[in-house]
Design a protein around this ligand. Sequence first.
Ligand SMILES: [Ca+2]
Length: 103
Amino acid sequence: MAKFLEEKSVYSKYDVDGDNTVTDSELQIAKDIKQTEDALRKHLAQLRMARYTLIAMALFTLAMFFVPLDRVAALADISNLFYLTGGGIVVGYMGITTIAGKK
Ligand SMILES: [Ca+2]
């Protein structure tokens, strides 16, 4: 028995060749496109996180030139953690992109 999509169905966009039939291969293509878009979005979010971390570390380092020495000494513990976690984020991003690139 033939099955049809209702008029203005949200799934009608998956009929790529416009023959009013949504085939298994068309659904597979749509799924692949969705997965690729999700992976790209995730990659972009990670890239932004690493980029802003690097910028924040650079700004923090630059700010140290304008902060009085006693305050720098008071911030020493926090700034150590800041650099370690920031470096961890950037290294993690680079490791993930390297591993993902080898697949
Ligand atoms: Ca079709």
